[in-house]
Ligand binder design. Structure first.
Ligand SMILES: [Zn+2]
Length: 166
């Protein structure tokens, strides 16, 4: 068991929404966040535990892609009571009061979801097998080119995202 470190912030979504596994004692699949980092809390068993599956935190995933599955990594900073939100326009973390966060959250998420749904649809269309050889239209027909044009995410940002603690 790793050393227990007190949590300084907590994600606004529940552990199970990120794919973390549930309580090893009673099987409760919807535990709370523990006061300790990398731990969850089972209110039934009254225990802190380390999930055996670390879900979305286990591998690289673009935050935009995670958002398509309904995951966000916005968190409450426990010391200040403010919210740390990932801003998809500036591609950086911004700190807001809970009131500001409520205002900005829904419209940002809606716009993000629409942008990425459109991107995926276009990519899927490009990847369809051609029934006839392409003749003249080569603009934007390569999947990588399409993604590069639509995605504001860089490799550096991806690496940074993986480093998010939980
Ligand atoms: Zn339990």
């Amino acid at each position: 068991m790793s050393e227990k470190v007190l949590r300084t912030r907590v994600y606004l979504q529940r552990p199970r929404e990120y794919g973390l596994s549930g309580c090893p004692q009673c099987g409760n699949a919807d535990p709370e966040w523990s006061e300790f980092q990398k731990h969850c809390w089972c209110p039934t068993c009254q225990i802190d535990f380390e999930p055996t599956e670390d879900g979305v935190f286990g591998g690289p995933i673009l935050m935009q892609m995670a958002a398509l599955f309904g995951m966000f990594f916005d968190s409450l900073v426990l010391e200040t009571g403010q919210v740390e939100r990932y801003d998809f326009d500036s591609q950086d973390w911004v700190t807001e009061t809970p009131e500001q966060y409520e205002i900005s959250r829904d419209e940002k998420r809606k716009a993000l979801h629409e942008r990425w749904t459109a991107a995926m649809e276009r990519t899927a269309a490009v990847k369809k097998p051609r029934e006839t050889p392409a003749v003249s239209d080569t603009s934007g027909s390569h999947p990588d080119a399409v993604l590069a044009a639509l995605s504001p995410v860089t490799i550096e940002k991806l690496v940074e995202d993986i480093g998010r603690d939980w």
